[in-house]
Design a protein around this ligand. Structure first.
Ligand SMILES: Cc1ncc(COP(=O)(O)O)c(C=O)c1O
Length: 369
């Protein structure tokens, strides 16, 4: 029997408030139009072709992906896919290059090895793949460390058959402070980018694309001088981290996990059936200077001050201390995880909600490898 209301769903279940999602899409699209930036959302957040199509309707020029599976699924509905991840290994590259011919492919990479593997695979399939040279702007995860390294790899990409040098990519994932406190970090990022862009232009390697962006910095993306496209992914749903950083309002959190209270036996807490296998175990720790600051793994949708403070695989512990809310076993609770993308990846489908009504579902088709 098809569910009519979320009360009919078996828990834990992933819920998406359709109106909030549409509003999030519209505001990202409008922001990009206003500032002349291209919107290339990262599809890792939803892994759904239907949601990618909605992003295109909102103005996206294409999507970013991280895995061959995401590329395969997204290539079914969008005609421009950036793999924002260096791909190694024959099967991964073969899968990427097997997507329909009409899909423009690009890959962000930071090594000669990744470039030559990609170029060889592209030549083998008689296809040309765009290359963005990845630079590290502070996260210290991937990305070249100096201008000289960047010039060398960009020049190599420009002269290598099978690939086409298109520009540079970076991910400002190190900027994790509230939006209002990002000024210094954004200025430092802009200055750093300016040096890279000047050096590339002087070497005749002016980028056509400068791909960056993240959800926490989304509202201030226009201050990142030189960036041409934004890859924010989380922003389609938002999550507890986004709200805590002030990059969205709590009322803009479109995703929640529906859970059932399974026990209230231990005083001061309610235990729900959404554990780390539904919410994912991404912890926010209270800051040392301010022990009362936000912490935990998730919060209750309409009571964001109520936190999930402990998780095991199938249990989530909601701390009720300081609250007069007394849920009973069997009650339903909607929980917003700290990091939506990893929670979505744990579900096969996302239930679409309008108010309490279930109006459809989206399959999370690109999960898995
Ligand atoms: C390379 C890259 N680009 C874009 C994004 C999207 O950022 P956000 O999740 O902040 O929207 C991510 C997120 O992990 C990423 O790793």
């Amino acid at each position: 029997m098809e569910p009519h209301s979320f009360h009919d769903l078996e828990t834990p279940a992933a819920l998406v408030d359709v109106e909030r999602l549409q509003a999030n899409l519209a505001s990202a699209g409008a922001y990009c139009r206003r500032w002349g930036l291209h919107y290339r959302p990262h599809a890792k957040s939803h892994k759904s072709s239907e949601l990618a199509l909605k992003q295109v309707e909102a103005g996206a020029v294409g999507v970013a992906v991280a895995t061959p599976r995401e590329a395969e699924v997204m290539a079914g509905v969008v005609d421009d896919v950036l793999v924002a991840y260096p791909l190694f290994g024959g099967t991964k590259l073969a899968r990427l290059l097997a997507v329909p011919d009409g899909v423009r492919l690009s890959v962000a990479l930071d090594s000669t090895e990744a470039l030559s593997c990609l170029a060889a695979a592209a030549r083998g399939s008689a296809r040309e793949v765009g290359v963005l040279v990845e630079i590290d702007v502070g996260l210290r995860r991937v990305g070249l460390q100096t201008i000289d390294q960047t010039l060398r790899l960009a020049a190599e990409a420009a002269r290598t058959r099978g690939v086409h040098y298109r520009g540079i990519a970076f991910y400002p994932g190190h900027i994790r402070v509230p939006v209002a406190e990002q000024t210094a970090a954004i200025q430092a990022l802009s200055q750093r980018l300016e040096h890279y862009l000047e050096a590339l232009a002087a070497a005749g390697l002016e980028p056509e694309i400068v791909s960056g962006g993240s959800t926490p910095t989304l509202p201030r993306s226009h201050e990142i001088e030189g960036m041409t496209e934004i890859r924010a992914g989380t922003a389609i749903f938002n999550d507890r981290t986004t709200a805590l950083l002030g990059a969205c309002a709590w009322t803009e959190c479109a995703y929640s996990v529906l859970a059932t209270v399974v026990s209230t036996s231990v005083p001061g807490q309610a235990v729900v059936d959404a554990g780390s296998k539904a919410l994912a175990k991404e912890e926010i720790r209270a800051s040392f200077q301010d022990p009362g600051s936000a912490s935990g793994f998730a919060c209750v949708l309409d009571r964001p001050d109520l936190r999930v403070t402990a998780l095991s695989e199938e249990h989530g512990v909601i701390d009720l201390k300081g609250s007069d809310w007394r849920p009973r076993p069997g009650d339903l609770v909607r929980v917003v995880p700290n990091h939506v993308c990893v929670s979505v990846n744990l579900f096969e489908k996302l239930w679409q909600l309008r108010g309490d009504r279930v109006v459809g579902q989206w399959r999370v088709e690109a999960r898995g490898r």
